[in-house]
Design a protein around this ligand. Structure first.
Ligand SMILES: Nc1ncnc2c1ncn2[C@@H]1O[C@H](COP(=O)(O)OP(=O)(O)O)[C@@H](O)[C@H]1O
Ligand SMILES: Cc1cn([C@H]2C[C@H](O)[C@@H](COP(=O)(O)OP(=O)(O)O)O2)c(=O)[nH]c1=O
Length: 200
């Protein structure tokens, strides 16, 4: 079973992901960008304010392809629970927004385009927990350290997440990330426990 955590920078994904490790000690905990050299390339691009948006999309997608074959697919084949801090929806929402800001880079609908390039090879999560937070709080919590963490940009990323929730309501569970860390953790744990129960 594949479970992903999504949300804006600073929404509390990593805090929750760490708490879940105590709760599910046998699960495989992973993240995107990964810790491979593809992930290193992604982080180089994040630091480059002039990175080409399409080139950046393909770097993230290369990291995802490697993540699938090296980590996700083997773990799912073993029948395990896999919990990923960010996954494809981050690309749909963030690179969709970056491409949109670059006048669509000649694409009629950047978000749809990013979804489409994943379709032939990617694996859809069984459950995606979306930590919902307003862009201002997200930027303040994240510390606005890179180009993706600015409130204005995060507002367009959030609009894209809303589109994704609308098109796929059965896969997503929305959690109000303005709550205390304890309340967020409890809501996430409840959603995950319900999904794990249902899969048995
Ligand atoms: N529910 C919460 N309320 C207030 N602050 C939080 C909450 N969850 C996390 N934080 C804090 O916000 C910052 C970003 O959290 P983090 O888990 O790293 O988010 P993300 O992985 O989504 O970027 C950290 O300083 C963390 O301690
Ligand atoms: C996985 C992924 C991350 N990102 C962005 C979100 C973050 O700003 C940045 C690094 O991700 P991450 O290290 O998860 O940041 P955070 O813990 O602050 O949420 O990369 C994308 O734009 N596309 C993607 O596909």
């Amino acid at each position: 079973m594949l479970v992903t955590l999504e949300g804006l920078d600073g929404s509390g994904k990593t805090t929750v992901w760490e708490a879940l490790q105590e709760r599910y000690p046998d699960a495989v905990f992973t993240r995107e960008p990964t810790n491979s050299w593809y992930g290193d390339a992604v982080y180089r691009s994040i630091e480059d304010d002039d990175a080409d948006p399409l080139a950046e999309l393909f770097l993230y997608t290369a990291d995802h392809a490697d993540h699938l074959s090296r980590v996700i697919e083997p773990a799912l084949e073993r029948g395990g629970l896999v919990i990923s801090d960010r996954y494809s929806d981050s690309r749909f929402a963030y690179q969709g927004a970056t491409l949109e800001a670059a006048d669509g880079h000649g694409l009629a609908d950047p978000l749809e385009y990013v979804v489409d390039i994943h379709r032939p090879f990617s694996i859809e999560p069984d459950l995606t927990i979306y930590l919902d937070l307003d862009p201002e709080t997200a930027a303040a919590r994240a510390g606005t350290t890179n180009k993706f963490e600015r409130a204005e940009y995060l507002a367009s990323v959030r609009d894209n997440y809303e589109r994704l929730l609308e098109r796929d309501p059965d896969r997503f569970v929305r959690v109000d990330a303005t709550q205390s860390p304890e309340a967020v953790r409890e809501a996430v744990t409840d959603a995950l426990a319900a999904a794990v129960d249902e899969s048995h």
